[in-house]
Design a protein around this ligand. Structure first.
Ligand SMILES: Nc1ncnc2c1ncn2[C@@H]1O[C@H](COP(=O)(O)OP(=O)(O)O)[C@@H](O)[C@H]1O
Ligand SMILES: [Mg+2]
Length: 315
């Protein structure tokens, strides 16, 4: 039995239909603080929609969810991100005409309170700007993009964008980070690096919920696995328990998605038009759905030629 303090997110009766199709119908879902939870399920199971609902990128038809003791149903994506619940997208979203470091710096705009300024590394003599720059540089290095720090994000491969998006979301000091298929489109050489970073997050005070299909990956990093099919949660437990669950096997075999183990391995992110487009604004901020910020004090400069390779390209 989990106590309230141990649970960071509790959702009840969260549901949404699209033209009669029950995309999400989740009775009960909770995440323990400090854990890594994997969300699996065949294509079309409702995983992305569930993310969209919880983070305010789409409106639920009903239900409630409490995050850090705060009721978030009906709140705008911006307010939810500010509360510390931050998500990434199935196709990594970056500002292609900003440098890698500036992309990461922008993540700090949405952090709650003034935590960053009180962080231990922050000497009182430093300006907030300097502190942001230092933190952004640290995170760029942390995801292994140090050599690309000054490059335009538009020049990065799909896998590198995933790493950038991770750094950017960590910059916002989330308490819950929701990663939608962080491994999709990432080449094998980068996958292990990304996995290692994800497993370090709880040590930084960040609870993780991530969507992934590869059961080897899921087993390697998650404390608990939850499986969705046709909008509902059909199983949860350890990776071993869920992989052996009859309903889970049936859900994967019954759909067009094929084998659980090989499902979507190395596949590019789904390109279904509804997938990642927030309902609010197509030029929205990748983290919160807010309109894309202008360069402000950042040095946007001219984009390089051949900007914006196809999202999700294999690295
Ligand atoms: N904006 C939308 N409009 C219409 N149908 C949608 C929309 N978003 C999701 N769906 C449908 O809801 C179901 C769940 O989709 P999705 O959440 O993307 O699944 P998953 O991420 O598990 O692959 C699918 O049948 C999908 O076609
Ligand atoms: Mg999805």
């Amino acid at each position: 039995m989990t106590t309230e303090a141990e649970v960071i997110l509790t959702a009840r009766d969260v549901h949404r239909t699209f033209g009669g199709v029950r995309a999400v119908d989740v009775d009960h879902f909770e995440i323990r603080r400090g854990s890594i939870v994997a969300l699996i399920g065949p294509n079309g199971a409702g995983k992305t929609t569930f993310f969209n609902l919880l983070t305010g990128f789409e409106k639920a038809d009903g239900g409630s969810w409490t995050f850090e003791g705060q009721e978030l149903a009906g709140k705008h994506a911006y307010a939810i991100a500010q509360a510390g619940m931050v998500r990434t997208f199935q196709s990594a979203r970056v500002f292609p005409r900003l440098t890698v470091t500036d992309n990461v710096r922008l993540g700090a705009q949405h952090q709650k309170g003034e935590q960053l300024w009180r962080a231990p590394f922050a000497g009182a003599w430093r300006s907030q700007d300097q502190q942001l720059a230092v933190r952004a540089a640290e995170l760029v290095d942390w995801v292994g993009l140090g050599a690309k720090a000054g490059d335009f994000a538009g020049t990065l491969s799909g896998g590198q964008r995933k790493l950038l998006e991770l750094a950017r979301s960590v910059m916002s000091s989330p308490s819950l980070l929701m990663l939608d298929e962080p491994m999709a489109g990432v080449n094998p050489a980068l996958r292990q690096a990304l996995l290692d970073k994800i497993s370090e997050l709880p040590g930084e005070g960040i609870t993780v919920l991530f969507v992934e299909h590869d059961m080897d990956v899921v087993s390697a990093v998650s404390d608990r696995v939850v499986c969705m099919a046709e909008g509902t949660i059909i199983a949860s437990g350890t990776a071993g328990e869920v992989a052996a669950d009859e309903r889970v096997i049936e859900a994967y075999l019954g759909g067009s998605s094929g084998d659980l183990r090989d499902h979507d391995r190395n596949a590019a992110p789904d390109a279904a038009p509804h997938e990642d487009v927030p309902v609010h604004d197509e030029t929205a901020d990748p983290v919160t759905g807010r309109p894309e910020p202008g360069p402000r004090d950042l040095h946007a400069g001219d984009p390089p030629a051949g900007d914006e390779p196809a999202g999700g390209a294999t690295t």
